[in-house]
Design a binder for this molecule. Structure first.
Ligand code: GAL
Length: 946
């Protein structure tokens, strides 16, 4: 019964709520499913989702931009992790305002028309700090990701906050949340009671859409082996990353397998819960290489292969837009500041060739309805060249066939031609195909294309629409490859080739068009007993210039512009909400349309022989960004001085910890145990020296890329790298009791025997480990000092981290540097008394030095000019830089941090028309002749925008 309940709920519950005014809420709809697909009120859909993490874009106004770009790129859904850590700085404290306003995000999804796969964890992995678990969860008893008390109260607190927000945005209430994903790749160290409780709590909060989960790695799962017990979900899905994360070797093909999403159960659709659409750059190759690794060739081969081999109809691509690990969002062992991910839309919101490929494939999935219900087809067309192979599926109701053509050897790089002998629903056809290297084609036969009958085509369908009483269809193929399209007519139609070279022949009801894919050919077919058809036959590149916009009732097809976000027709005018630069724009709209507005401007148009409107859009106004001058600087770390007053710091005197890692020396110095969870932490240890002490021996765990600096009685002793893990929990790697050792000789004359001596230590913590194997050992790794000895003297410690939680920027924005505690990163900080200094040219002493400057921007209104900050020169491994823009911590730069030299400054955080402040906190590990730089602002792009 317990298992039946969710199904019954999904089948029967629809709670109609009134739409809030101004929001694009629709009528409540039921979500059901069968082995083929999801259905909305009985209507099948293919869900094509892109993953997007709102928490990696601290500018809600830009959420709309990304969502609109995804929508225009052929996606009809977004998959969203909701990060518990991002919303909860301490137990009981939750923030859903400003950059945390997920209600706003879900409203934007409604306005954009994207369905949402909601993934609230509680554990999300995602290369984010703690895998989404707040750091304070490290200090509660009970194994994380289990039903043990302590953790149980904690995760229920999160679900009690997030579930009601998600519930009110479900499609069953007129919103857009269509699936609810519980947990994440939860397959080892599992606890069925926990997995079940997550779902029970969701149901109790009103979640009535199907509950899913994403499995990894073909392990036993909540889907197959445990399909019927407690914890089982309605629709299990599979995560696939066939290209691995080896961005340095983008030419290697499928090192992690064929990438065929498994069918896990017979009663549910095949769900590609996370299909690789980019990569983590764990090897520091740079994201351009990751984009190459997962570029259009990979997308064509693997995505199309998956589509036709497995018949997956619920597809979610990880990531669609990656974003930024601003503040302390990164899980340090996997990623650095940028989480660009080599995704289709870059971190700076620019569209890439991957976006074009998504648009071609996604538009096809949205346009060709029979694809939502297909079975494998044994009688597939045969190719007369053994280098090529085919696979096929067919819709059992319409008979429409979908045929994959690719190289038999997936590594083949040759170009091969073949003739397909194709027993299609309308007859038997012999048609030419060509496969270039890792290309792959999905061809269609027996399809009612609007008012036409497509018998067969060796061009791929991008989209088609009924516009102004005729069908307009965009078909495409690889440049220079042969194409043949056969359409059925009751009588011979009239064929007018408006552009390009296309041969036509009519016989026995078949109109056959033969051509080579080159440029954009245009063929008008009239008569023959059907409404007119305008066939646009292009290369891949030509097809990518098309945007399908408008509404279902009044579709509009656009060629050109940089991006069409929306289109509408009223009276004799077409209005495009578009991003434009200098170039052609061509609009296929109902015939009464005679005028065009694009990107907020009237565009002069003329009517073409194709019946479209053609015009030219203007270049955006050029932009000059100011030089970064007028830098001032101020050294800090007064904490290193012996006389510094630390009496109000927290005494670090605990002798026990809930962490499974017990310290080698007492007291417990773990920063989290004292409520300091993010960024830098200062320790001051007081001891009475005998004078015989010869060394200071410390140990710190910081996560990869972290480190610590040590002073004794004000004398700098040096620095050491922080450890990554004391005990990974992995049997293959034995525990390491000494993960981040630092041995510092005490210089002569520094000790003051018989009196108070002060050890000052600055530890740079880099964010928290994830908990991928749910064993607590990785996740509950301490941060900060884990052992400290100076001879045998007892040490009385005090600790200081971040001073509270920034009410706007949140708990992940700041650590505990002196300058951060004193607000030196904030625009309002008075720095006039600071001396002028060029960051690159002034020597640095060990410790922390701040640089600040201000500049005004006056970017043209109604233009989108994403701005970045670029560090010239070679990043030094001996300094690290925290970059604050208007108080927001937008990243970290330094030779030990990662390959990144350019940082995205998102509009919203950056004032595009007004004053801005940059503050750099530079920590030097040794005396350096100069600091970071030279620094400059640059633009990633420039378009007029709607
Ligand atoms: C998956 C995981 C995601 C993300 C991805 C790699 O296994 O579910 O959260 O970590 O790997 O980017």
């Amino acid at each position: 019964m317990r298992r039946l309940l969710p199904v019954l709920l999904a089948l029967t519950l629809t709670c109609g709520t009134l739409a809030a005014p101004g929001h694009a809420r629709t009528a409540a709809r039921q979500v059901t499913y069968d082995r083929y697909s999801l259905m909305l009120d009985g209507e099948r859909i293919v869900l094509q989702a892109a993953e997007f993490h709102y928490f990696r874009l601290p500018s809600p106004a830009l959420w709309r931009d990304v969502l609109e770009k995804l929508r225009a790129g052929g996606f009809n859904a977004v998959s969203v992790y909701f990060s518990w850590a991002f919303h909860s700085p301490r137990p009981g404290a939750y923030d859903f305002t400003g950059v945390r306003d997920v209600d706003r995000l879900l409203r934007l999804a409604e306005e954009t028309g994207l369905y949402v796969i909601a993934r609230p964890g509680p554990y999300i992995n995602a290369e984010t700090t703690g895998g989404g678990l707040p750091a304070w969860v490290k200090t509660v008893p009970g194994r994380a990701r289990s039903s043990e008390p302590g953790y149980r109260e904690a995760y229920r607190e999160w679900l009690d906050h997030i579930n009601p927000i998600l519930a009110r945005h479900q499609v069953t209430r007129g919103g857009r949340v269509i699936l609810y994903n519980a947990e994440n790749e939860y397959q080892v160290n599992t606890d069925a009671a926990y997995m079940q409780d997550l779902q029970d709590r969701a149901r109790a909060a009103g979640i009535d859409v199907p509950i899913t989960t994403n499995d990894c790695c073909d392990a036993g799962s909540w889907s197959s082996t445990w399909a019927t017990g407690p914890g089982a979900v309605q629709i299990p899905g599979v995560d696939d990353y066939p290209q691995s994360f080896a961005c340095a070797t983008p030419g290697v093909w499928g090192p992690w397998g064929e990438g065929l999403t498994e069918r896990l159960r017979e009663d549910v659709p095949v769900f590609a819960a996370e299909y690789q659409a980019g990569a983590i750059d764990s090897g520091n190759a740079g994201y351009d290489r990751c984009r190459e690794l997962t570029g259009p060739a990979y997308m064509k081969f693997f995505y199309k292969n998956n589509l036709i081999q497995t018949g997956a109809t619920v597809l979610s691509y990880y990531m669609g837009y990656g974003g930024t690990n601003w503040g302390w969002l990164a899980q340090p062992n996997d990623v650095y500041t940028s989480y660009d991910y080599g995704a289709a839309v870059t971190e700076a919101r620019q569209l890439t060739p991957k976006y074009d490929e998504f648009k071609r494939q996604g538009s096809f999935l949205q346009a060709v309805a029979p694809l939502a219900e297909t079975d494998p087809l044994a009688a597939r067309p045969a190719a007369d060249n053994p280098a090529l192979t085919t696979a096929a599926r067919a819709n059992p109701d319409t008979g429409t066939q979908f045929v994959l053509v690719r190289h038999a050897d997936r590594a083949a790089a040759t170009t091969d031609d073949a003739t397909l002998d194709w027993a299609a629903p309308d007859g038997r056809y012999r048609v030419p195909v060509r496969v270039q290297g890792r290309d792959a084609h999905v061809l269609v036969a027996g399809y009612d294309l609007g008012g036409q009958r497509l018998a067969v085509s060796t061009s791929e369908i991008m989209t088609h629409a009924a516009i102004g009483g005729r069908d307009v269809a965009v078909l495409y193929g690889t440049a220079d490859s042969p194409g043949a399209t056969v359409l059925r007519y009751a009588a011979e139609p009239r064929v007018t080739v408006l552009a390009g070279r296309v041969r036509s022949a009519y016989a026995g009801g078949d109109l056959r068009l033969d051509y080579t894919h080159e440029g954009l050919a245009r063929v008008l077919v009239t008569g023959g007993g059907r409404r007119p058809l305008l066939l646009l036959l292009g290369t891949d590149e030509e097809a990518a210039a098309f945007w399908r916009a408008g509404t279902d009732a009044v579709p509009v097809l656009v060629r050109g512009t940089k991006l069409v976000r929306a289109a509408s027709v009223s009276g004799d005018a077409v209005r495009l909400t578009a991003d434009t630069a200098a170039g052609e724009v061509e609009v296929f709209a109902p015939p009464q349309a005679r005028r065009l507005r694009a990107g907020g401007e009237e565009v002069a148009v003329s009517r073409t022989a194709s019946g479209s409107l053609l015009g030219v859009t203007r270049a955006p106004a050029p932009v000059r960004l100011p030089a970064l001058t007028g830098w001032r600087r101020h050294a800090e770390n007064p904490e290193a001085r012996p006389g510094f007053d630390d009496s109000r710091w927290t005494a670090a005197d605990r002798t026990t910890t809930v962490s499974p890692h017990k310290p080698r020396t007492l007291p417990v110095l773990y920063a989290d145990d004292y409520g300091f969870h993010h960024g830098d932490v200062w320790y001051r240890g007081h001891f009475t020296a005998t004078g015989q002490e010869t060394s200071v021996d410390l140990n710190a765990v910081t996560g990869l890329r972290g480190g610590y600096l040590v002073w004794l009685n004000g004398r700098y002793l040096g620095s050491a790298a922080g450890g990554v893990e004391a005990d990974s929990g992995d049997q293959a790697t034995p525990p390491n009791p000494d993960p981040g050792p630092g041995h510092f000789a005490v210089p002569a004359g520094v000790l003051r025997p018989g009196t108070d001596n002060v050890l000052a230590v600055l530890v740079e913590n880099m964010g928290h480990n994830d908990d991928w194997i749910a064993d607590d050992l990785r996740f509950k790794q301490p941060r900060g000092l884990v052992a400290a000895e100076v001879g045998g003297a007892p040490i009385a410690w005090r600790i200081q981290g971040a001073a509270g939680t920034d009410p706007v920027r949140g708990g992940l924005n700041n650590g505990g540097l002196y300058g951060e505690r004193a607000g030196w990163h904030l625009p309002s900080h008075p720095d006039r008394a600071w001396p002028a200094a060029d960051p690159a040219a002034t020597p640095l002493a060990p410790g922390v030095t701040w640089y600040r400057t201000s500049f005004r921007l006056d970017l043209p209104a109604r233009q989108d000019v994403p701005v970045g900050l670029r560090f010239g020169g070679t990043p030094s491994p001996d300094h690290r830089v925290l970059i604050f823009v208007n108080g927001w911590n937008l990243g970290q730069y330094g030779g030990d941090i990662g390959p990144q030299t350019e940082f995205v400054l998102p509009a919203g955080v950056l004032r595009e028309r007004g004053a801005n402040t940059i503050a750099l906190a530079v920590t030097a590990e040794r005396p350096l002749p100069g600091g970071p730089g030279p620094l400059e602002l640059f633009a990633y792009g420039n378009v007029r925008t709607g």
